[in-house]
Design a protein around this ligand. Structure first.
Ligand SMILES: [Zn+2]
Length: 122
């Protein structure tokens, strides 16, 4: 098999109900930080959706105790709670959470420790 180098196809999108001001400030921020992670060759496609609180709670009901983000390894989609982003979350904390979520997608594991360990290498 030929090995090919490829860059990640990263898409960061606002959810349907996300207000425009939040989208304007947070979408570029999330994209910039997600691109700073070294996911090339580990993750071919990564879609990040920034959702308002109601949409986030609907999309991530299985992690009710988790307020930041959730990921679906079947679709390589990460959902981020815009309310959490707006609460003055530092870039460093956001990077840590995105790395953890990418860790879920790369490892294909729902295990939090595995996601942490994989995310820490990015
Ligand atoms: Zn997790």
């Amino acid at each position: 098999m030929t090995s090919i180098a490829f860059a990640i196809l990263l898409t960061v999108l606002p959810s349907m109900n996300l207000d425009r001001e939040t989208a304007k400030t947070q979408i570029p921020r999330v994209e910039r930080i997600a691109r700073s992670l070294h996911t090339d060759s580990k993750l071919a496609n990564w879609t990040i959706i920034v959702l308002d609180l109601g949409e986030f709670q609907q999309a991530c009901p299985y992690e009710v105790d988790k307020f930041e983000a959730c990921s679906d390894p079947k679709t390589d989609v990460t959902r981020v709670n815009a309310d959490w982003l707006m609460w003055g979350v530092s870039d460093k904390k956001l990077r840590h959470v995105l790395a953890h979520e990418a860790g879920h997608l790369i490892s294909g594991s729902a295990d939090e420790d595995v996601a942490d360990r994989t995310g820490a290498t990015l």
